[in-house]
Design a protein around this ligand. Structure first.
Ligand SMILES: *Cc1c(COP(=O)(O)O)cnc(C)c1O
Length: 395
């Protein structure tokens, strides 16, 4: 395996996933990067010490700034996501918080999609508000209409598509373009789209964020986030990330990089199984609606088809109105679907959801209980049998 950036760029995506971030020649020919546990970095001369201090972005300088292990992970994610640089953080939420903090100060205005991941909302309504930043939530379906909400003090527009819990697809290119026209930075939480199925930079986004905890790591064991951006924004965000004391541990970066190698094959299976389950559920009398943008009658389908090249394992199901204890019986009795929050691992999950508690610019119109399903890597027929038995418990 030769490390040759130009050669890599000509290859197709799945080939690049295999080679990204590798440098065996720098490591005795060993294919994977070593896990460097490091706080102290020694400098043999005053001259080298001065050089490192003068250019902390490009030198191994102090553990908090990164190690060759985090650098390998960052290089690989930047390449696969299509950005120039990446910064690994201790979690997906840390990536969101660091990216927002880098662009906002007291007196600024921030636009955030009403359907963002709830802890993102909590960060805006708690920490940012306390620091004098005003967050305005907007209808995720606003599209180019966002232009009317941009004020002279608006500094950032934050998107997440599809939205958490309710899966609304945003017109990301239109929103990013409106922001750009006013010189406002645009950010996208791309965790559902993954670096494979949505290409943020080709759609005009300035800063992409992945909760690598989810599919990039993919095995339900790692907390890891990553911010991806072009050179223009890198130093600003890295300065803030380091100033906030945030960094990603070397073992987690190593596992993130290992997960990345199999992202394409895992996602193909998550996607196929989720579609199988979603189509089957859509036909069941106990189901009012399936919320999955890859299904042709989903309200977000046209935008999804235009902008995405695939879908992951996460989708929603609205049941017909039914007594709460029946839903509890359904959920308590599953044999394969576990109840847990962090999706993107190998296992199937199901959770009851209450979007009304995390919306302010829009209202959730669903009448029946809403469930969020993550299709794991189990045999899809076993998952269908588990779901079928679960729906019987609603009777
Ligand atoms: C899980 C998640 C996050 C947060 O990631 P953590 O690593 O758990 O902090 C952010 N955004 C979305 C859409 C998520 O699903």
């Amino acid at each position: 395996m030769k490390k040759d950036g130009k050669k890599q760029n000509k290859t197709r995506r799945d080939t690049r996933i295999v080679g990204a971030g590798l440098d065996p020649e720098a490591n005795s020919g060993i294919i994977n990067p070593p896990v460097y546990h490091a706080s102290t970095v020694l400098f043999p001369t005053v001259n080298e010490l001065k050089q490192a201090v003068g250019d902390p972005f490009n030198s191994i300088y102090y553990g908090r700034f990164g190690t060759p292990t985090s650098a390998a992970f960052e290089e690989a994610v930047a390449e696969i996501e299509g950005g120039e640089k990446a910064i690994a953080t201790s979690s997906g939420l840390a990536a969101i918080a660091c990216a927002l903090t880098a662009f906002l100060k007291s007196g600024d205005h921030l636009l955030v999609a009403d359907t963002v991941y709830q802890p993102t909302r909590k960060f805006c309504d708690g920490i940012l508000k306390g620091f004098g930043v005003e967050t305005e939530y907007y209808d995720p379906l606003i599209g180019g209409g966002i232009a009317a909400l941009i004020r002279d003090n608006t500094r950032a527009v934050f998107m997440e598509s599809p939205g958490s819990l309710t899966f609304e697809v945003q017109d990301v290119p239109a929103i990013a373009a409106a922001a750009k026209e006013r010189g406002v930075v645009s950010m996208l939480d791309n965790t559902w789209g993954t670096p494979l199925f949505f290409r943020p930079f080709e759609h005009g986004v300035d800063i992409a964020i992945e909760a690598a905890t989810k599919y990039i790591s993919g095995h339900a064991d790692v907390m890891l986030g990553v911010i991806i951006m072009n050179e223009a924004h890198f130093k600003r965000i890295k300065t803030v990330t380091v100033a906030l004391g945030n960094s990603a541990g070397p073992d987690d970066c190593y596992l993130g990089l290992r997960g990345l190698r199999t992202l394409a094959v895992r996602l193909a299976r998550h996607q196929e199984t989720a579609l199988t389950l979603a189509r089957w559920l859509a036909e069941r009398p106990q189901v009012a609606r399936v919320l999955h943008p890859a299904l042709p009658d989903d309200p977000g389908h046209e935008l999804w088809k235009r902008d995405f090249t695939g879908s992951c394992g996460l989708f929603g199901v609205e049941l017909q109105p039914v007594a709460e204890e029946k839903v509890t019986a359904m959920l308590d009795g599953f044999e394969l679907f576990g109840m847990g929050f962090s999706w993107g691992g190998f296992e199937s999950l199901i959770l009851p959801m209450e979007p009304k508690y995390s919306r302010s610019a829009t209202t959730w119109e669903g009448k029946g209980p809403l469930l969020r399903i993550h299709a794991g890597l189990e045999d899809p027929d076993d998952l269908l049998a588990d779901l079928e038995a679960g729906l019987k418990r609603l009777a």
